[in-house]
Structures are given as structure tokens and as C-alpha cells.
Design a protein around this ligand. Structure first.
Ligand SMILES: Cc1cc2nc3c(=O)[nH]c(=O)nc-3n(C[C@H](O)[C@H](O)[C@H](O)COP(=O)(O)OP(=O)(O)OC[C@H]3O[C@@H](n4cnc5c(N)ncnc54)[C@H](O)[C@@H]3O)c2cc1C
Length: 370
């Protein structure tokens, strides 16, 4: 089988790159040992919220902002091609204050958001309750960030896989993928089914990207898994409008009537159990945000692994091995960064100028590559 590019990892990042390459006429195969778009890309909350995530690194913030701008066209294109709507909702984020100290800190918080490019404003108690009437009577006010959004990342994953298939991308489910390369150039990959030649291989293996076998010293990257636990309640449709944050816990509405509550952040290797302590921590804050949430059914709990790089920036681009590219380490913002990553990596591979500056994300800055 002749193929131009192999992608290792069928998360949003790998599928996004595959789709962009296929649109440029490349023959692409995506290899994954599990079902496509089911790992972190399925587990995430789907927030497109770099300001609320407090991204302050200028290079990363610029990348996030570019991807946020690209989202409407990205989702529209997938809907037109597949009929699947990823439910992009641009309702902004409400950072709610429940005590004097956080109410007093609102204008400083608002200024900090604005300095990073957020369209932020301070809301008093009445204006806050007008935006989200479900909030508890204890609410003191909020900072509202208008230019953030959310998307249903599970629907997005299904749409992207369908769009890939429609564009001719092949998906192979196979264990034990290893890179085949000499000291200078990639030759392809080896799987349980044997060798598959390819002139281009992209490592988009999420939290496992640092473990890809066969990568020569000098092209290795460091990615560590940071687990996040989440849960969902069944609430009446339209119960909340946008994202609500307080004390590092967020509420994310879905059109189907689920309200997502997330997320913990724990470093315990590749362990994706949902712990009682994790659920308790999330519910403690959520029920403080809106005591009425305690009356609804808990319908789902799950956990996933955020892929964290050594310095918080993703690794994006070429490596010292010709034809071997990396797109991994998107940590807390991989859903947000999918469109810009897909377009930039596909452009780079195709010999085009990427739509964003990638120097700050050079995979060769990884300590392991030294
Ligand atoms: C609880 C939680 C909440 C989050 N919330 C948000 C959010 O609101 N907004 C946001 O932007 N981001 C969020 N994130 C982060 C985001 O989900 C990730 O950054 C993003 O999904 C990473 O995508 P990926 O394609 O790189 O990895 P993944 O989706 O993890 O996909 C990697 C794939 O590679 C495969 N793979 C790995 N190794 C191999 C191998 N050797 N051979 C074959 N296949 C392999 C895996 O099976 C997997 O399918 C959240 C993450 C978590 C866990």
C-alpha cells in the first residue's frame, strides 16, 4: 500500500492533521491501538477558553487566540461535509464570586483578563443572575469574558473521523506501533502486522507521545500524563447558558441537557480511575455555585489524560529526523488548539508556509532531544 503520510494517534490532533493533509490530496493512514477520538479528546470538557485557563505565555496565548478565531469555519466545514454539528456555542464565561474577598478582587481579575486580550467586564449581582438565573442566592457578582466558547468535543470527534473517512483517510487499529527510522530519515512504521513504508510520520499520540518506540535519541520528546476527572448531571435543557467558573471548578452545558462539571488535576501516571475524593471535590464547589444542582441525577463520571510537555507549550513541527514530525503535548487546551495545529502541521508537511509562527513550539527544545 502506498501512502504519503502516517499519523500515530487518532485523537482530535491526529485526525485534524489527517483531514487537512487529505484535503491537500495526500494519501493518509491514521494508526491507533484504540477507537478513534476516544482518549483525552473524548474526555475533555470542550471549553475554548484560553483566558479563563489563564494562559499567559505570549506565544501560547497567540496560538490559542488564532485557533479560537479558526473554530467557526472549522466546525462549519465539518458540518457541511458530514451533516454532524459539533455544537459550537459562543456564550462566554462567567467567573462567579461568592464572598467579599473574591467580589473585591473582581476588577483586578477583569484587568488581568483584558491585558491578555479577553473581552472582560465586571458584573454586579443582578447582572450576574440575569445571565445565569440558576446561580445560588449567595452570588456576589462576576467577571464575564465574552470572547470564549465551548464545543461538544465528543460530537466534534465523530464529525472529524467522518470527515476524514469522506476525504479518503484510512484508519488502522493496531497495537505496538513503532517508528522505523535511521539516524537521518524516517522509513515508516512497524506494527503487529509488519512494516508500512511512509515518507512522513506524525507523532500525535497524546499523553503517550513520549513513549513511541523506535524514535532515535535526538528526536525524543517528554510528555507526561495529568489525569482529569469529570462528571455530568442531567439538568433541564437550557438550565445554563455559558461556561461558569469558580475556585478552579467549571460547569459546561451540553445541548442534550447534560451539565459537565470538571475537572480535577492529578499526576498519578496513566491511572484513569474516578476517585471518590475527586467526585467530592467537584461536587463541593458545584453545589456551592448552585445548591439546586444537588437535586439532579448524576449520570456519568469519567477521567482522561492531559498530555503535558516539560514547559507547558505543545511540541509542534519537524524534528532532527527527516520526515518525522511531532504534534503533541497540548495539555489543557488540545481541543481549542485542534484547528490551528491541524492547519499548521499539514502546511509544514506540504511545504507551505504555516498560518502561525511555530518557532516557540519546536520539538527540538525538549530536554530529551538534546
Ligand atoms: C478532563 C479533561 C478536561 C479537558 N478539558 C479541555 C477543554 O475544556 N478544552 C481543551 O481545549 N482541552 C481540554 N482538555 C485537553 C484535551 O482533551 C487534550 O489536550 C487533547 O484532547 C489532546 O488530544 P490528542 O489528540 O493529542 O490526544 P488523545 O485524544 O489522547 O489521543 C491520542 C491517541 O493516541 C493513541 N496512541 C497513543 N500511543 C499510541 C501508540 N503507540 N500507537 C497507537 N496509538 C497510540 C491513543 O490511543 C489515543 O487515541 C481536557 C483534558 C481532560 C483529560
Amino acid at each position: 500500500m502506498s501512502q504519503d503520510a502516517v499519523i500515530v494517534g487518532a485523537g482530535l490532533i491526529g485526525c485534524g492533521i489527517a483531514y487537512e493533509l487529505a484535503k491537500r490530496g495526500a494519501s493518509v493512514t491514521v494508526y491507533d491501538r484504540a477507537e478513534p477520538a476516544r482518549a483525552a479528546s473524548w474526555a475533555g470538557a470542550g471549553m475554548l477558553a484560553p483566558y479563563s485557563e489563564e494562559v499567559v505565555d505570549p506565544a501560547l496565548l497567540a496560538l490559542c487566540a488564532a485557533s479560537l478565531r479558526a473554530y467557526p469555519a472549522f466546525v462549519d466545514d465539518l458540518r457541511e461535509r458530514t451533516g454532524l454539528d459539533a455544537e459550537l456555542r459562543r456564550e462566554g464565561t462567567l467567573h462567579v464570586a461568592f464572598d467579599d474577598a473574591s467580589a473585591d478582587a473582581r476588577s483586578a481579575q477583569c484587568d488581568a483578563f483584558r491585558r491578555n486580550g479577553a473581552a472582560a467586564s465586571v458584573l454586579d449581582r443582578d447582572a450576574t443572575l440575569a445571565r445565569e438565573p440558576m446561580l445560588g442566592g449567595n452570588v456576589r457578582g462576576a467577571v464575564y469574558v465574552a470572547n470564549e466558547a465551548h464545543v461538544d468535543n465528543r460530537r466534534l470527534g465523530r464529525a472529524l473521523v467522518a470527515a476524514c473517512t469522506d476525504a479518503g483517510v484510512r484508519f488502522e487499529r493496531t497495537a505496538g506501533v513503532a517508528l522505523e527510522a535511521d539516524a537521518r530519515r524516517v522509513r515508516g512504521i512497524r506494527t503487529e502486522h509488519g512494516f508500512a513504508a511512509a515518507g512522513t510520520v506524525v507523532n500525535a499520540a497524546g499523553a503517550w507521545a513520549g513513549q513511541l518506540e523506535g524514535v532515535p535519541a535526538g528526536a525524543r520528546i517528554a510528555v507526561r500524563p495529568v489525569a482529569g476527572e469529570m462528571l455530568a448531571l442531567a439538568v433541564p435543557k437550557g438550565f445554563t447558558r455559558g461556561l461558569v467558573w469558580s475556585q478552579h471548578v467549571y460547569l459546561v452545558p451540553r445541548d442534550d441537557g447534560r451539565l459537565l462539571i470538571g475537572a480535577t488535576s492529578v499526576e498519578r501516571n496513566f491511572d484513569v480511575r474516578v476517585t471518590a475524593r475527586g467526585v467530592q471535590a467537584l461536587l463541593d464547589v458545584a453545589l456551592r455555585i448552585a445548591p439546586v444542582l444537588g437535586t439532579f441525577a448524576l449520570v456519568e463520571t469519567w477521567a482522561g489524560l492531559r498530555p503535558a510537555s516539560h514547559d507547558g507549550r505543545p511540541y509542534l513541527g519537524a524534528t532532527s529526523i527527516g520526515g518525522y514530525f511531532v504534534a503533541a503535548g497540548h495539555y489543557r487546551n488540545g481541543i481549542l488548539l485542534t484547528p490551528v495545529t491541524a492547519q499548521a502541521i499539514a502546511a509544514l508537511i506540504s511545504g507551505e508556509r504555516p498560518p502561525v509562527e511555530l518557532a516557540a513550539f519546536d520539538p527540538q527544545r525538549a530536554p530529551e532531544a538534546a
